[in-house]
Design a protein around this ligand. Structure first.
Ligand code: NAD
Ligand code: WQD
Length: 345
């Protein structure tokens, strides 16, 4: 069992990963500046697992604070989720994204090196693939120049980590390229809690279903896909969380830098998602077809065989469970975490 530093651990994917880490007997130290999350998620993680974790409110750009953390806890490995992820915002505020994501990551990697911690799992994204690749996307396909600044930061960090491990054999790094994380813990206690109007399909859809938003805009129905709407590889966040455990175990015993796709290998269109959601929940979703969203590709889904074979990881949840769990979380927490504000101090 290991001591794991989880940057961004209060967020959507981080909080679900903390549950799996604690349930597998690891000690967890979360380091998060709460810029896009609340401590409440971690209070609930501890409620679900009946286990304790350490929370430190801090910013990954703060080198002294990171040094203190590495000195205070005997960290074996880092899972690095912390960063900003809103595509539109990244276009309006490039420097802000370069600072948090790129400069913040460099600051973290330097602190790790000073502390002699060389095991790292990094949250990358399928957005780094070149848009001209034909799905299923596999890890050897070329990356491209992402058409937004958020994606660009993921590509740069991936490339830095590949060079870092090539230059210094002590590093052992997993680059996990997530496809489209959705769903929530089956308890309905933790889930995705976007601030403001959601950018992504699933939180938008569940907020329409719960009556917070009026109707869903379907961005384009003239793509070359099964029904003209965009196709994506949705993956249950608990399966994604478990992939971090598998990657961590792999990295604790192997050196180098390796990329893995984390998806189900199945594509679903926007209309398929809407209709499946209606079937699972019995709720009719009002929607209207709108123009294509700039920057969207028609189809993106994974070839996940490398992760299945090398990490002994297998997604367990199908689309119906992803939709049911997204809905359970939204229904039980119509305003997300905002109605419950517990201070951690
Ligand atoms: P999230 O916003 O819920 O979690 C990120 C966490 O990082 C938040 O708790 C936030 O407060 C924290 N944070 C941000 N900047 C920080 C800083 N400078 N110092 C310390 N903490 C900071 O997002 P998520 O969906 O859980 O995503 C986690 C990671 O996975 C991110 O790196 C994201 O880019 C990546 N990713 C997400 C998706 C997705 O669709 N959700 C897909 C691919 C990759
Ligand atoms: C899915 C499909 C939309 C909203 C984004 C980021 C990517 C990654 C995951 C972090 C598309 C359609 C959406 C809506 C719609 N994040 N849609 N109406 O665009 O695949 O990926 O999140 O790494 O980098 O780009 O996900 O959920 O926004 O869209 O019709 O209100 O739903 O056009 O076809 P996307 P998404």
């Amino acid at each position: 069992m290991a001591n794991i530093l989880v940057t961004g651990g209060a967020g959507y994917i981080g909080s679900h990963t903390c549950i799996e880490l604690l349930n597998h007997g690891h000690e967890v130290v979360v380091f998060d500046n709460l810029s896009n999350s609340r401590y409440e998620s971690l209070r609930r993680v501890q409620k679900i697992t009946q286990k304790h974790l350490v929370f430190i409110e801090g910013d990954i750009r703060d080198a002294d604070h990171l040094d203190q953390v590495f000195q205070s806890y005997s960290i074996d490995a880092v899972i690095h989720f912390a960063g900003l992820k809103a595509v539109g915002e990244s276009q309006a505020m490039p420097l802000h994204y370069f600072d948090h994501n790129i400069a913040g990551s460099i600051c973290l990697f330097q602190a790790m090196k000073r502390a002699n911690v060389f095991h790292l799992v990094f949250s990358s994204s399928a957005t780094v693939y070149d848009a001209s690749n034909i799905s299923p996307l596999h890890e050897e396909m070329p990356t491209g120049m992402p058409n937004n600044n958020y994606g660009y930061t993921k590509l740069i960090i991936e490339q830095m980590l590949q060079k870092l491990s090539a230059a210094d054999a002590r590093w052992s790094i997993a680059l996990l390229r997530y496809f489209n994380p959705v769903g929530a813990h089956t308890s309905g206690l933790i889930g995705e809690d976007p601030q403001g109007i959601p950018n992504n399909l699933m939180p938008y859809l569940t907020q329409v279903a719960v009556g917070r938003l009026e109707q869903l805009a379907v961005y384009g129905d003239d793509y070359d896909t099964i029904d003209g709407t965009g196709v994506r590889d949705y993956i249950h966040v608990v399966d994604l969380a478990n992939a971090h455990l598998c990657a961590l175990e792999n990295r604790l015993s192997t050196q180098g830098c390796r990329v893995w796709n984390i998806g189900t290998g199945q594509g679903s269109s926007v209309l398929q998602i809407i209709h499946a959601f209606e079937k699972v929940t019995g709720i009719k979703i009002p929607y209207q077809v709108a123009p294509r969203r700039s920057g969207d590709v028609a189809t993106s889904f994974s070839d996940n065989q490398r992760a299945v074979q090398e990490l002994a990881w297998q997604p367990q949840y199908g689309l119906a469970e992803m939709l049911a769990d997204s809905w359970k979380w939204q229904q039980q927490n119509p305003s997300g975490y905002s109605s419950t504000q517990h201070k951690y101090k």
